[in-house]
Design a protein around this ligand. Structure first.
Ligand SMILES: NC(=O)C1=CN([C@@H]2O[C@H](COP(=O)(O)OP(=O)(O)OC[C@H]3O[C@@H](n4cnc5c(N)ncnc54)[C@H](O)[C@@H]3O)[C@@H](O)[C@H]2O)C=CC1
Ligand SMILES: O=C(O)C(=O)COP(=O)(O)O
Length: 530
């Protein structure tokens, strides 16, 4: 079997693949059309962030069984297209965390002491001692946006530098943050108090442009901003204006909304108080060796023995188990994802009940899939079918499973209650026929919805005219509704409307919907990996 490595991978990974008996071609830097011409010859493809694994490329990948990402981010892989072709997509989510955190610290120090600017000045033949007055880090406050694996390491390094650490992460329980000596605060308080801010969240629907004009305006004028997470989390135009207008003192980016980029695409590069690196966060020999070893072993294991580890689109179960509970794995993952998108506050407890014939089956993989679905909207590629239960445990979330033979209206029912610091939601699903997952209850509302793609969930009063006003508001904004289900709760005069839309509803349009008469609340939902 043949494996193509299409990005720069540490030789340690190549050795593992070859020692396993696989034929390896290492050809980094191919143009998309060149890659498309040869991809049909390979069973395995190993990538980093440069190769774009599009649906178009996968069309030509007749023999491809697995895509292995040496690193975390899978934004460059069309996962639904891979799933449709039965191609397993796997990554190595922990191998480069320390290196990425160290890069953020390096950026903070470089900004503080003007190291890149002073280097450039000396290399230009100058000796400008007075121009580059720096600032001590000791006693200053570092604000961490996203206190997960990398954010946690960055905070602990900053504590070693005698800095105070605060963080914004609405999904992290207070006790977990306290354990690592970090005070949790809200986003604007973090902006107000921090002298340095470092960003470590994945790019999600919630985090896109999270750091924008309001945030930069709330920062101290002498504070500095660092983003080594993902392009798109920081609004580059707003950052540019904040630097030019003196709202903040300096900024460092390792990641950009469009990569690769140049001064033409990113005017930030022309500013004196801006420093940058071309997505080097994971680029140390140690991290590259780590991720290369992990991914090479996983790819070889799958190609030669069929065993799946750290896959994001295939559960790690035997073919027999998959044949029995496969559709419930999909249902569980869907319900988990919807739950997190609907939840307010940090998750504390999850109760999953399996009823009917489902109660007699091995439901453990369904619970794992539920947890993977739950964490994906906030952790993206950092969660997979192996580490999801570990993440739940690390975050102090209690997962309680129960089984009951009675399923009332359906043969099989999966009921999931998620309790958060601010409330709870219950979702109930079933599988129609052989493989048709349906949402049949949302809290006290009965319905029959097929959740998929972009959606809008509306909580409203059961009075005439709401659906019309909603349709007009969406229609005027050019958003087409492809499916609609109404759930009713007669005693309370309340309804929910569950809509599928052709495109994801913007924050501005959502705000308009929320303002409509008789609408109590509305939430944008998305299931994009099914
Ligand atoms: N520049 C580079 O080369 C590298 C970049 N990365 C990126 O770093 C980021 C963080 O990675 P990890 O720490 O491993 O992920 P992680 O999953 O361990 O942590 C992410 C944290 O962000 C939090 N979060 C999610 N939504 C949030 C929101 N709306 N507001 C505040 N916090 C939120 C989560 O609760 C979680 O604690 C990822 O985007 C990853 O792809 C990772 C490695 C290298
Ligand atoms: O692992 C990640 O998510 C990264 O961003 C690192 O990207 P790279 O492998 O250096 O192209």
């Amino acid at each position: 079997m043949k494996v193509l490595i299409s990005d720069n991978l540490s030789p340690a990974g190549v050795k593992i693949l070859e020692a396993a008996g696989l034929e390896v071609d290492s050809i980094p830097g191919l143009k998309p059309e060149e890659l498309k011409k040869i991809i049909g010859n390979y069973e395995g493809l190993v990538i980093r962030s440069a190769t774009k694994v599009t649906a178009d490329l996968l069309e030509a990948a007749h023999r491809l069984k697995v895509v292995g990402r040496a690193g975390i981010g899978l934004d460059n892989v069309d996962i639904p297209a891979a799933s449709q072709k039965g191609i397993v997509v796997m990554n190595a989510p922990s191998g480069n965390a320390t290196t990425a955190a160290e890069h953020a610290i390096a950026m903070m120090m470089s900004l503080s002491r003007n190291i890149p600017q002073a280097t450039a000045s000396m290399k230009a033949g100058k000796w400008e001692k007075k121009s580059f007055m720096g600032r001590e880090l000791t006693g200053k406050t570092l604000g961490v946006v996203g206190i997960g694996r990398i954010g946690g390491i960055a905070a602990s390094r900053a504590q070693g530098l005698k800095m105070k650490t605060i963080a914004y992460d609405p999904h992290m329980p207070k006790e977990m943050a306290e354990k690592i000596g970090v005070e949790l605060v809200d986003l604007l308080e973090l902006a107000n108090r921090a002298d340095y801010i470092t960003v470590h969240v994945p790019l999600t629907k919630e985090t896109r442009n999270l750091l924008s004009t309001d945030f930069f305006k709330a920062m101290k004028k002498d504070a500095m901003f660092i983003d080594c997470a993902r392009g798109g989390v920081c609004d580059e135009q707003a950052l540019y204006e904040a630097l030019v207008d003196g709202e903040i003192a300096g900024a460092a980016l390792d990641v950009f909304s469009s990569e690769p980029t140049t001064l033409e695409g990113c005017p930030l590069l022309g500013l004196k108080n801006f420093i940058c690196t071309p997505h080097l966060g994971a680029s140390t020999s140690e991290a590259q060796e780590n991720v290369a070893l992990i991914i090479a072993e996983q790819v070889a294991d799958y190609l030669l023995r069929g065993s799946v580890t750290n896959a994001v689109n295939v559960p790690s179960v035997s073919a027999d188990v998959l044949a029995q509970v496969g559709p419930y794995i999909t249902l569980g993952e869907m319900l988990g994802s919807l739950h997190m998108q609907m939840a307010k506050g940090g998750v504390q407890t999850i109760n999953i009940e399996y009823s009917g014939q489902l109660a007699d089956l091995n439901t453990a993989p369904v619970t794992v899939a539920f947890l993977k679905g739950l964490f994906t909207p906030i952790l993206q590629d950092a969660v997979n079918y192996v580490n999801a239960p570990v993440i739940a445990k690390d975050r102090g979330i209690r997962v309680v499973e129960s089984k009951s033979e009675k399923a009332h209206d359906f043969n099989n029912v999966l009921s999931a209650k998620v309790v958060t610091t601010e409330g709870e939601n219950i979702l109930v699903g079933t599988v129609f026929g052989k493989n048709e997952p349906r949402l049949v209850r949302l809290n006290s509302f009965r319905l029959e919805a097929l959740p998929s793609g972009p959606m809008l969930l509306v909580y409203n009063k059961d009075v005439p005219g709401v659906i019309g006003a909603l349709g007009t508001t969406l229609g005027t904004a050019g958003v087409n509704i492809s499916r609609m289900t109404v759930g009713r709760e007669e005693e309370s005069n309340q309804n929910i409307i569950f809509l599928s839309t052709d495109e994801l509803i913007s924050r501005e349009l959502l705000a308009k919907v929320r303002e409509l008469e008789h609408i109590d609340d509305a939430v944008v939902l998305e299931l994009n990996r099914f």
